[in-house]
Unconditional design. Structure first.
Length: 248
């Protein structure tokens, strides 16, 4: 049986599944972020300062001061992990104005990897009846939510986005973003905004190909001005030739 994906409007009973998906998606970047931060200059400075404090001020033998290296690395790992966890919890509680989910239907015995499988994509209307759908196992593999942007006038903001690992990113997200853009344009918005971090390479490549342009690049402070993360704010114009009525 051919697996397929249905992109449909969010329902209230999808919330817990979407929250789990968002949490897993956000946490998937924690390891990549940890290795990126571990090789920055501030990490070396932190290890040297900790070593010096132990040796000079606390009188710890030089040999035991080497324990500051794994100690600092462990501190960096836990800090990174819990910062991502806090961000995931924050996004899980977001109450968006509109949301879409991608519901994947696969045979119960499905040995093929999602990257290797060929999925049919149906937007809003699924041609199969409920009896046929019961022959498949069903799970939500992607979700996207938008709400009013508080800083940009007449703009919608992609505030919650997630996709399960190994699933075809572009094949799923392109119709979802297209449908979101269509709904936002119908609702009177002038642009669609999103923010991505420096380690989201796949997302950046997709948004560039879709037509998003960079509004600004900035560094979000993590620990003062010493430890920052580069983020990009992207924008996609929703205006057509006839113009879209602005909303307050």
């Amino acid at each position: 049986m051919q697996p397929f994906i249905v992109i449909r409007n969010y329902r209230e009973d999808d919330e817990f599944k979407c929250q789990d998906l968002v949490r897993d998606y956000i946490m998937s970047f924690s390891t990549k972020s940890f290795f990126a931060l571990m090789f920055r200059e501030i990490t070396l400075q932190f290890i040297v300062i900790t070593w010096a404090i132990f040796f000079i001020f606390l009188g710890v033998p030089l040999l035991f001061c080497t324990l500051s290296i794994p100690g600092c690395i462990f501190f960096l790992f836990t800090s990174t992990y819990f910062s991502f966890y806090a961000k995931a919890m924050e996004l899980m509680k977001v109450k968006p104005s509109q949301s879409l989910v991608a519901e994947c239907y696969e045979p119960f015995i499905f040995r093929c990897s999602p990257k290797e499988a060929s999925y049919e994509i149906f937007v809003e209307n699924c041609p199969y009846d409920e009896e046929y759908k019961r022959k498949f196992r069903c799970r939500i593999v992607a979700a996207i939510s938008v709400k009013n942007h508080h800083a940009v006038y007449n703009a919608a903001w992609i505030c919650r986005f997630a996709i399960a690992p190994d699933y075809p990113y572009q094949k799923i997200m392109e119709p979802m973003i297209s449908l979101v853009a269509k709904k936002c344009a119908t609702g009177g918005y002038g642009s669609l905004e999103c923010t991505i971090s420096e380690w989201q390479e796949n997302e950046r490549e997709f948004y560039d190909e879709f037509g998003f342009v960079t509004r600004q690049i900035y560094h979000k402070k993590i620990i003062g001005s010493s430890l920052t993360v580069m983020k990009s704010q992207l924008t996609y114009s929703l205006r057509n030739d006839d113009g879209i009525q602005k909303r307050n």
